[in-house]
Design a protein around this ligand. Structure first.
Ligand SMILES: [Mg+2]
Length: 337
C-alpha cells in the first residue's frame, strides 16, 4: 500500500481557553493509505510528517488483512504519528470487507453513552450564558485552571440541571485538590479528572481515596501498562488515540481496564470528525464519552459520527465511516458502492 499525507487547518467557532493557552484554529495531519482501489483515512493532531514518511517503506507490502503485522513493522515514530497510521489501516480493513469497524468488532446492539461537551475557562457571566444555552445536553465537562477553587462548578450548577464533570488538567497540589473535590461534591459533580500534575501517583491515589467525587486519570494514562499501574489509584481512566498510539492500543486498554474494574472514558482533542469517527467505533465498550471534538469547529472538511445534543450516532459507512465532504461516497470503497 502507498502512504500520503497532508495538513488541514480548521477554524474554531469560538476561541478555546485551557491551561495550555488560547486556541483559535486546529491543525492536524491527514494520512491516506491506498491499497488496490481502496483509500484508508487516518489522522492525528501532532502526527509528524517525517515520522509518517518513515512509516511508508514498512507499509509498502502490507495488506489490511495483515493489520497486526503492519503495525508491528512500523518504526518507532511516537504515539500521535502511529495513531494516524493505525487509524488508516483500520479504515482500510473495514472498507476491504465492506463493514463499519464497530460491526467487525461485534459491538452492534450495545448502548452508547452520551458524550460530554467541554466548556473552557471563561468569565462567570459567560459560564452562566453557556450553561443555559446547553441545558439540553445531558453532560458537560468544565475545564478548571490553577486559579480555580471549584466554586465555578456551583456557578454552572445554578443554571444547569444535567451531569457535570470537572477536568483539573493537573492544576492542583494534593491539599488544593482535596479542597476542590469537597467543593465539587457540594455541586453534585460526578467526576473529577486529573486533579494533580501527572507523574505523582501517590498524590493521585490519596485524592482518589479521600475525595467524595470519583477521580479519573487523563495525562497520567497513556499505555496499557499505565492502566495496570493506576488500578487502585483512580476510579477510571481517560483514553485518547493520540496519546495511546491508536485504535489497537485503545481497544486493548479498554478491555484491560474493564478486566481490572477501572472505568473508561474515551476522549479526543478539539479535532475533525475524521478522528472522532474512528474513536466512536469503540464507544459501545466505554463507560463515559468525551468525544465532542468536532462540535466547536466552523469548517470541518470531514463528516461521519453524528453528535446531536450529546447523543452519539455511530457512522454507518465502512471502516471508520468518515466521509470527505465535497466527494461522492463512491470514492470511499466497496461498502458504499
Ligand atoms: Mg483531560
Amino acid at each position: 500500500m502507498k502512504l500520503a499525507h497532508r495538513e488541514i487547518v480548521i477554524a474554531l467557532r469560538e476561541p478555546f481557553v485551557s491551561n495550555n493557552g488560547v486556541t483559535t484554529q486546529v491543525r492536524q495531519r491527514v494520512v491516506e493509505l491506498t491499497w488496490r482501489d481502496l483509500r484508508g483515512l487516518g489522522t492525528a493532531r501532532g502526527a509528524e510528517p517525517a515520522g509518517l514518511d518513515a512509516c511508508a517503506p514498512a507499509l509498502a507490502g502490507a495488506s489490511p488483512y495483515g493489520l497486526r503485522a503492519a503495525l508491528d513493522a512500523l518504526p518507532d515514530v511516537g504515539a500521535a504519528t502511529r495513531s494516524a497510521v493505525d487509524m488508516a489501516l483500520h479504515d482500510l480493513l473495514g472498507k476491504a470487507v465492506g463493514r463499519p469497524l464497530h460491526q467487525l468488532l461485534g459491538l452492534d446492539g450495545l448502548p452508547v453513552p452520551p458524550t460530554a461537551l467541554s466548556i473552557g475557562a471563561c468569565p462567570d457571566d459567560e459560564l452562566v450564558r453557556r450553561g443555559r444555552a446547553l441545558a439540553h445536553w445531558p453532560v458537560l465537562k468544565l475545564k478548571l485552571t490553577a486559579q480555580d477553587d471549584g466554586s465555578r462548578a456551583g456557578v454552572l450548577r445554578s443554571v444547569y440541571p444535567g451531569r457535570i464533570r470537572v477536568d483539573g488538567n493537573g492544576s492542583w497540589d494534593l491539599a488544593q485538590a482535596l479542597r476542590v473535590a469537597e467543593e465539587l461534591h457540594r455541586h453534585d459533580v460526578e467526576l473529577l479528572e486529573q486533579p494533580v500534575a501527572p507523574g505523582r501517583p501517590d498524590d493521585l491515589r490519596q485524592v482518589h481515596e479521600r475525595s467524595p467525587v470519583p477521580v479519573f486519570a487523563d495525562e497520567d494514562c497513556a499505555t496499557p501498562e499505565d492502566v495496570l499501574r493506576l488500578r487502585g489509584h483512580v476510579s477510571g481512566v481517560n483514553i485518547k488515540l493520540v496519546t495511546c498510539g491508536g485504535l489497537s492500543e485503545a481497544h486493548r486498554m479498554i478491555l484491560l481496564a474493564r478486566a481490572c474494574g477501572v472505568r473508561t472514558m474515551l476522549g479526543c482533542k478539539v479535532e475533525s470528525a475524521l478522528g472522532v469517527s474512528a474513536m466512536a467505533q469503540l464507544a459501545p465498550l466505554a463507560d463515559h464519552l468525551d468525544l465532542d471534538g468536532p462540535v466547536g469547529l466552523r469548517d470541518d472538511p470531514f463528516t461521519g459520527v453524528r453528535i446531536d445534543e450529546g447523543t452519539l450516532s455511530l457512522p454507518t459507512g465502512p471502516g471508520i465511516g468518515a466521509i470527505t465532504l465535497q466527494q461522492t461516497p463512491t470514492h470511499l470503497g466497496k461498502g458504499l458502492t
